[in-house]
Every structure is written in structure tokens, then in C-alpha cells.
Write a protein that binds this ligand. Structure first.
Ligand SMILES: Cc1cc2nc3c(=O)[nH]c(=O)nc-3n(C[C@H](O)[C@H](O)[C@H](O)COP(=O)(O)O)c2cc1C
Length: 326
């Protein structure tokens, strides 16, 4: 069906195209005048495996158009999820995009950027007219990849990839029935994942005779100390555990805390030793989980948990930024 010009809304068309999730690339070349050029492009796609071909398209309005149409080679960099700043830099017209950037040696003179998810070094095979863009098809003459999770772009914004639990399969699927409603409840999922995760360090806590409340106080004071009793209570308020003077006094009596001044608490040498052991066990547990999740989904999980924490934050003091006792 042809789109009637009077009803065609380019912005709406762009929004519909934005439903197609892509990665983000930077394509670079060496201009005839010797200057490096580069643009952020999400129009990149694979074309053929044998021979290995890829494509991308560049707006005819781009300043770098002449450089790309006359360059015989270009490099495509699939950006990693922590390269948003670089994506934004190369999406700005006419900036000195390469100053201060570390480059790798490239067989062609096209700049080769570092720390990406994957890189493809290409030789121009074809150039096609594509409306207000030029389509470049390149033969891949070299490539490499890393384990860095890729950056995505969808509905006009950057995103991270989350893998679905269902595998890619062309086999006919048996009906597995629908999951119980309660299994999808966020509260259940968060609670269960918390308790299973903490369960991994419970034996270390038990060995040291530490309760969960002791653990919260000691780990807090390993990040920020000294703190007053009210500051400690404020920081661990999210756990709903009441950290009162009795608990703090008991920790002092056991030699795990010391009081540099009245109503001021810090870890003793013994307390520091105890919490370092527990934190080491927690790190090992985390490393195991990340290993099984993979870096990409671990980054995704951290991102979502941080968002959930900030959405539900009732106004707790900031542990990692505020360094003074209040
Ligand atoms: C995520 C993202 C994807 C983009 N994809 C393309 C693309 O595929 N083709 C294109 O011509 N411009 C694309 N752009 C816009 C260019 O990066 C931008 O116009 C750039 O300034 C062109 O550089 P130049 O004018 O210095 O040549 C994209 C921008 C962003 C932020």
C-alpha cells in the first residue's frame, strides 16, 4: 500500500522505525585530505556470510559524506554498553571527534577505535542511492570481538540487551501452559532472589557468630565511619531492622566496634577482620552469579535494580556519596 503524501508524517514514520532495536556503531574512514572522519550509525547490518558483506547508510546531509564516498575502506565499531559518551560524540556534526582518543593500528588508514564489542574492517564493494541516504556495502577483510556487552538503541534511546529465557528454536513447541500469576510477582522474585543470594554467605556469618543485623551495621561502617547511632539507624532503615543502642553496645562488648567518642561508632580491628571475611564470601557468591548470568545480563540486572531502588527510595541517606556523619 502506497503512503499518501498528505497523510505521511515523517516523525511518526521515524517512531515506527524506532520499534526495530539495533546496536550502535561508529563508522570511521580516512578522508582524502588525511583527516579522520567518523559517524555514529545504527543502520549497520549484516548482508552475507560468504563472501562476508555488511552494509550501513549515511545521510546525504552528513558533513563526512564526501570522505566516505571517496574512501576505499571504512571500519565499523559495534559499541559496548559503556560507550554512550562516544556514541554521542560521534553523533555531533563537525566536532573534533578524535582528539584524545587512543587508536589501534589499522591495516587501512581508517581509524580503529578501542574497547568496543566488535570491529569490522571493510573495503567498499558497492555504493547505492537510497533516497536521502547513500547505502554502503563493504567486504569484511578483518574483524575482532570482545566479551564487552553491546549497547543497543530502540524507541529513540539507548538500551541494554536482556536475554529471554526461551531459546531461539524453529522446532514445533509443546504447550507448556501459562505460568502461575504469583511466580511473576516482583515482590516474590525480589524476595526469593535476595534470600537465595544471602543464603550463600549465611554459613560465613554463622561461623563468625554474626546476625543479619550485625552484618548490616559492620558492612555499613566498613564503607563509612565513624557514624552516630542515629546515622547508623538511618542508613539501615531500609532493612526494617531496628538497630538500637542495645545492638550497638553488644557489638562494642564483643570487641567488634569501638567508640572513638561518645555516640560515635567505628569498626575495631576485630570487626574489620570479621566483615572483610564476610564481604569476601559475598564477592565470591557474586562472581559465581555473574559467571552464570554473563556480563551483559549482570549489567542489565544492576541497572534495573538501581532504577528500582531509586523509584522506591523513601529518602534514605546516600551511602556512597555522602562521606560525613550527619
Ligand atoms: C544512535 C544513533 C544512530 C545514528 N545512525 C545514523 C545512521 O545510520 N546514518 C546516518 O547518516 N546518521 C546516523 N546518525 C546521525 C549521525 O551520527 C550524525 O548526523 C552525525 O553528526 C554525522 O556526522 P557528520 O555530520 O560529522 O558526518 C545516528 C545518530 C545516533 C545518535
Amino acid at each position: 500500500m502506497a503512503l499518501a503524501p498528505q497523510t505521511f508524517d515523517p516523525k511518526d514514520f521515524r517512531r515506527a522505525l524506532g520499534m526495530f532495536a539495533t546496536g550502535v556503531t561508529i563508522v570511521t574512514a580516512h578522508a582524502a585530505d588525511g583527516a579522520p572522519v567518523g559517524v555514529t550509525a545504527n543502520s549497520f547490518n549484516s548482508v552475507s556470510i560468504s563472501p562476508p558483506l555488511v552494509l550501513w547508510s549515511l545521510a546525504k546531509s552528513a558533513r563526512s559524506l564526501d570522505s566516505f564516498t571517496s574512501a576505499g575502506h571504512w571500519n565499523v565499531h559495534i559499541l559496548a554498553e559503556d560507550q554512550v559518551d562516544m556514541s554521542n560524540l560521534f553523533a555531533r556534526a563537525g566536532e573534533d571527534k578524535f582528539s584524545g582518543l587512543q587508536l589501534d593500528p589499522s591495516p587501512s588508514q581508517a581509524p580503529l577505535l578501542q574497547a568496543c564489542s566488535a570491529r569490522f574492517q571493510c573495503r567498499t564493494m558497492f555504493q547505492y542511492e537510497g533516497g536521502d541516504h547513500i547505502i554502503f556495502v563493504g567486504e569484511v577483510i578483518g574483524y575482532d570481538r570482545s566479551e564487552r556487552p553491546p549497547l543497543l538503541y530502540v524507541t529513540g534511546g539507548y538500551a541494554l540487551a536482556a536475554r529471554k529465557s526461551e531459546p531461539v528454536s524453529t522446532e514445533p513447541r509443546a504447550d507448556t501452559g501459562s505460568a502461575l500469576f504469583s511466580e511473576d510477582l516482583l515482590g516474590y522474585l525480589l524476595g526469593r532472589s535476595h534470600f537465595q543470594f544471602v543464603g550463600g554467605i549465611r554459613s560465613t556469618l554463622n561461623e563468625r557468630g554474626l546476625s543479619e543485623a550485625d552484618f548490616f551495621v559492620l558492612s555499613l561502617l566498613s564503607v563509612q565511619a565513624p557514624l552516630s547511632s542515629s546515622a547508623i539507624a538511618g542508613h539501615v532503615a531500609y532493612t526494617a531492622i531496628d538497630v538500637g543502642p542495645v545492638l550497638l553496645q553488644a557489638l562494642c562488648d564483643r570487641g567488634l566496634l569501638e567508640q572513638p567518642q561518645a555516640d560515635s561508632f567505628a569498626l575495631s580491628v576485630r570487626g574489620r577482620d570479621a566483615i572483610l571475611h564476610v564481604l569476601a564470601a559475598a564477592k565470591a557468591e557474586e562472581a559465581d552469579v555473574i559467571d552464570q548470568l554473563g556480563e551483559m545480563e549482570a549489567a542489565m540486572l544492576r541497572n534495573l535494580l538501581k532504577r528500582l531502588i531509586s523509584i522506591t527510595d523513601p529518602g534514605l541517606p546516600k551511602l556512597w556519596t555522602a562521606r560525613t556523619d550527619s
